[in-house]
Structures are given as structure tokens and as C-alpha cells.
Design a protein around this ligand. Structure first.
Ligand SMILES: Cc1cc2nc3c(=O)[nH]c(=O)nc-3n(C[C@H](O)[C@H](O)[C@H](O)COP(=O)(O)OP(=O)(O)OC[C@H]3O[C@@H](n4cnc5c(N)ncnc54)[C@H](O)[C@@H]3O)c2cc1C
Length: 508
């Protein structure tokens, strides 16, 4: 057993495995091998990303236009939540990716609440919801790769993404790809993993093993038995029905945001890719049956399919089951779990790939040089990512606890015992002051303070704060005027999402 870390072995060729391989191989001179089973397919869902994916791809040396062409990519500027508060037809709010105008200058929430409550908070403080409403792209034809006029992430085809990353990692970054099934694990005397026993390729030895085996969690969960911390008592969704639908016409608009529409026992995502929509109902099996969930999905497709798409045209949905939660530790001995093997909560706010990116980046930045250093790095990693998972859970729960919807799924979400203590405390504080940077003081928070404000005030929360000199209402008013000015300027200046994608596809 060598003390120096020279060879990293990644098990799993889904998005997590290839993203980890790409980030590590791009930044280190270590040997990187990725093994994936020809018999266990990648999960094949996961179509929404955060803006962080731009940095991740850039870090790996990917060309953005090659990525757009290969992976059926469209540009995503945030999410629109329909019907989450009351379910009324005019009940919606946006969580855009761009920071509000004047974010650092004034107490925007106070000024919005005092004088502009008839306008949705995000629509008043950011031009981005207006770009989304009008299907505009976040950049112009001439904007350089990965640069933005408005902050953006992507919608993509998960299957094509995996293949694209594989080609890049193997062809450009020298990652060794082994297509074989891992049958057993061999250990050193001290308990570290020494090698993977494969069906055809013999023993595969390594110094550090990255478990990207998806929900199987082969190394961390099955081999080491690191406990799974279920979050079913906090967030109830555990099933999804997913379909891919054609557009009603070739030139139908491509949404520039993920649409999330509340249902009686869950919610439906609607994602626009260049040649198709990806639509799925995520729901709680404790609150509805699979049949009812499928009926709700069909009703949604009928209502939104447009131009005569009958529900009988809807293909049979693919059913996915998952247990919301995460592992008690993510790095144990010489194994780090990244992706579904580390945990999964639910698709809301598309945080899973973002956590994969954060884990890969951490590992690349803090790669232990020797085995002796590894336990130190591991304990810091475990502390940081436990905090991140907890924050993701709090943030997702926020979307449910302020709803006024009345079915059991929603009232159960509001039950005090289901709300994590830290979120309860924060909600109490935010009754008298808005979320501030003090609440989220780590350097790399999963969700920035602005995101908490977008969702909190989008859901109709009231902060009863006595006016303060530091509120600077005149600066808040200037920021609201800036938003209106920027909206008027950008709407005619930006192409539609479809026009920008067509331009990129044309310029080979
Ligand atoms: C319904 C749903 C919607 C989602 N939506 C989003 C979203 O919008 N945004 C987002 O960020 N995330 C989303 N996710 C999560 C996202 O799909 C995953 O985080 C992402 O695809 C990464 O998966 P993975 O690579 O960890 O696992 P997988 O894709 O399952 O890959 C597992 C890999 O392990 C390999 N493997 C397994 N066993 C063995 C073995 N014995 N030997 C060798 N190889 C093995 C398999 O061959 C496969 O290559 C969603 C998830 C679900 C369930």
C-alpha cells in the first residue's frame, strides 16, 4: 500500500462519475480510472442545472457551444412556481438566478412590503423574471462562451450529457474508461479499499476510490455500511413519473426557466429542451397512489400541451422511486461518495448536480497528497457537506411550509414537528427582519441569501420590521426603477431562447 495518492478510481459512469472524473483529471496529474457497469444503466434523469455548471464545464476545458450542440441544451434562468401558495390561477412567483438590483445597497424587502406589495417581489427587484415570462435568452449571439447578460444554468438531456462528458474525459483529459461490473471489494488490513474485483478485467487497484454508483451506494453504503439518514419525516416526496413530450410545433417557444406547478400531493416539473419537453410529477406515496399521480400528470399535459396534444398521445411515464435522505458521512477511509450514492432529497430546485459539482471541486482543491493526510481532509469534507445537505433540506422545506394549500400533503408539511429546528428559528427571526448575510455566513453556502428572500417573499411571507435609517428606501426605489429600465432595455435586445440555440447549432 503506497502512502502517496497516485491513482483515483471512480466507480460509476452517470453524470456524477463523469463530472468528478473531468474536474479531477483537468486539475491534477494523478491517474484517473472510471469503471462503469454495462449492466446497470445510469439513472437518466436530472435535466436542470445551476449556474455553477458553467464554471464546472469551463474548469474541465469544455467548449460551451460543443456542449450545447451535443446535449440538447437550453438556457435556464431560474424557476417559476405556479400555485404553491393558494393554487389560484394568478398564484405564481419566480426564483431567478440573478441577484436583485440594489441588493447590497438597501433593504429591498422592506420597501417592497411597504409600497409595492401588489407586485410579486422578484418581478419588482429583478429583470430576469420578465426575460423568463417572454422566453428570452440570458445572452446575445455575440456574448462569449460561458459569459452572461443575465445569470444562467442549463436544461439538458441527461443521457447525452453523460456520453458527452465521457468523450471529453477520455479523449481530452486522459481518463481511462473501463466498461465492467464490480462484483466484490478487496480490503487492506487496515480496512481501506485496496481493489475492486471486476467480472472481466480482474482486480482494479487504487489509492482513493470515488463511489458514484448511484442509489446502490456500492462502496460507502453497501461495503462500509455507512448509515443512511432518511429525511422522509421532513420532505415527503419519494416517487416520480417522468415523460418526454414533443412540442406542439417546431417553433414553439423554449422555456427559459423550469416550471414547477403544485399538485395535491407533490408538484410537476416542466423543462423545455430544444426538441422536446421533459415533464414529471414528483409526489409522496404516503399521500397519493401511483394511479392518481399519473392522472394528475395526464391532466397537466392536457392543460399545457397546447395545440391539440391529446392526453392519449402521452407516452407511458417512467416511474422512479427514491428515499429522501443522505449518508451520515460521505468520506469514509479511502472512499468518497459523490452523487446519488451520497444522497438525494428530491428534484425541487435541482440541487443534486450542484452538490456533485461542489464535492468534485472540493476534492480537486483539497486533494490529500498522502494517505496520512486523508482522514483530516475527510473530516472537514464531512462537516462541510453535512451542513450543505442540511441547508438544502431547510431551503426545500421552505417551499412547502408557507403554503396555504389544504390537502393533507400540504398541511402535513406545515406540521411543526416536520420542520427542522434551524428553519423554525430562522422563520421566527424573519418575522422581524429579512434574511440577511448573517444567517448564511459560510464562504460557500448552498443557496445565497437572495434565494431565501425570493422564495420567502414569493410565498407571501410578511416581515414586520420597524423602519430603520439603514433601510435606505430611496435606494430601494432607485433599484426598482433600475429593474424597470433594464427590463425595457433587455427585452428587445435579447434573442429568444430558441433563436439563441438555433444560432449556436448553426455556427459549427
Ligand atoms: C426524478 C428525478 C429528477 C431529478 N432531477 C434533477 C434535476 O433536475 N437536477 C439535478 O441536478 N439532479 C436531478 N436529479 C438527480 C440526478 O439525476 C443525479 O444526481 C445525477 O443523475 C447523478 O446520478 P449518479 O451519477 O449519482 O447515479 P447514476 O446515474 O445512477 O449512475 C450510477 C452509475 O453507477 C454504475 N454502477 C452501479 N453499480 C455498479 C457496479 N456494481 N459496477 C460498476 N458500475 C456500477 C452504473 O453503471 C452507472 O454508471 C433527479 C433525480 C430524480 C430521481
Amino acid at each position: 500500500m503506497s502512502d502517496t495518492i497516485e491513482h483515483i478510481v471512480i466507480v460509476g459512469g452517470g453524470s456524477a462519475g463523469w463530472l468528478a472524473a473531468g474536474v479531477l483529471a483537468a486539475e491534477h496529474r494523478l491517474r484517473v480510472t472510471l469503471i462503469e457497469s454495462p449492466d446497470v444503466p445510469a439513472i437518466g434523469v436530472g435535466e436542470g442545472t445551476w449556474p455553477s455548471m458553467r464554471d464546472t464545464l469551463h474548469r474541465m476545458g469544455v467548449s460551451e457551444s460543443a456542449f450545447v450542440r451535443a446535449c440538447e441544451v437550453s438556457f435556464k434562468q431560474g424557476s417559476r412556481f405556479n400555485g404553491w401558495v393558494t393554487g389560484a390561477p394568478d398564484d405564481y412567483y419566480y426564483h431567478p438566478f440573478s441577484l436583485p438590483e440594489g441588493w447590497y445597497d438597501a433593504n429591498l424587502a422592506a420597501a417592497w412590503q411597504t409600497s409595492h406589495r401588489n407586485v410579486p417581489f422578484a418581478d419588482l427587484v429583478s429583470f430576469q423574471p420578465h426575460l423568463c415570462t417572454h422566453g428570452r435568452a440570458p445572452k446575445q449571439f455575440s456574448t462569449p462562451e460561458f459569459a452572461a447578460v443575465a445569470n444562467y444554468g442549463y436544461h439538458l438531456d441527461a443521457g447525452k450529457f453523460g456520453l458527452f462528458l465521457r468523450e471529453h474525459c477520455v479523449g481530452k483529459l486522459g481518463v481511462r474508461h473501463v466498461l465492467d461490473h464490480v462484483d466484490a471489494i478487496r480490503s487492506h488490513e487496515n480496512g481501506d479499499v485496496a481493489a475492486l474485483a471486476t467480472r472481466k478485467s480482474g482486480l482494479l487497484e487504487g489509492d482513493l476510490f470515488i463511489d458514484c454508483t448511484g442509489l446502490q451506494s456500492l462502496l460507502l453504503g453497501k461495503h462500509y455500511g455507512v448509515p443512511f439518514v432518511s429525511q422522509r419525516h421532513v420532505l415527503f416526496n419519494d416517487r416520480a413519473l417522468a415523460v418526454q413530450l414533443p412540442y406542439a410545433s417546431e417553433d414553439a417557444p423554449i422555456g427559459s426557466h423550469t416550471s414547477a406547478t403544485a399538485q395535491a400531493a407533490g408538484w410537476i416539473w416542466d423543462i423545455g429542451l430544444p426538441a422536446r419537453r421533459g415533464v414529471g410529477h414528483v409526489y409522496s406515496s404516503a399521500h397519493t397512489s401511483d394511479e392518481q399521480a399519473e392522472r394528475a400528470l395526464r391532466a397537466y399535459v392536457e392543460a399545457t400541451g397546447g395545440q391539440g396534444k391529446a392526453t392519449e398521445d402521452m407516452p407511458t411515464p417512467r416511474k422512479l422511486s427514491f428515499e429522501p435522505g443522505y449518508r451520515e458521512r460521505f468520506w469514509h477511509r479511502n472512499v468518497v461518495a459523490i452523487g446519488l450514492s451520497a444522497g438525494f432529497i428530491e428534484p425541487l430546485e435541482a440541487s443534486a448536480l450542484a452538490l456533485v459539482e461542489m464535492s468534485a471541486a472540493w476534492l480537486a482543491d483539497d486533494m490529500p497528497v498522502t494517505r496520512a493526510q486523508m482522514d483530516l481532509v475527510a473530516s472537514r469534507f464531512n462537516e462541510a457537506f453535512t451542513y450543505r445537505w442540511e441547508c438544502v433540506i431547510d431551503f426545500l422545506k421552505l417551499h412547502y411550509v408557507l403554503s396555504k394549500r389544504s390537502s393533507a400533503f400540504w398541511t402535513d408539511h406545515r406540521a411543526t414537528g416536520s420542520i427542522p429546528e434551524r428553519l423554525r428559528e430562522r422563520l421566527q427571526l424573519w418575522r422581524t427582519r429579512p434574511p440577511s448575510r448573517r444567517d448564511f455566513s459560510r464562504i460557500e453556502e448552498a443557496f445565497p441569501t437572495a434565494s431565501w428572500q425570493y422564495v420567502l417573499y414569493g410565498m407571501g411571507f410578511r416581515t414586520e420590521q420597524a423602519p430603520r435609517a439603514s433601510d435606505r428606501p430611496e435606494l430601494a426605489d432607485a433599484a426598482f426603477r433600475d429593474t424597470a429600465r433594464l427590463t425595457a432595455k433587455m427585452l428587445p435586445a435579447l434573442p429568444t431562447n430558441r433563436e439563441l440555440i438555433a444560432h449556436i447549432l448553426k455556427t459549427r
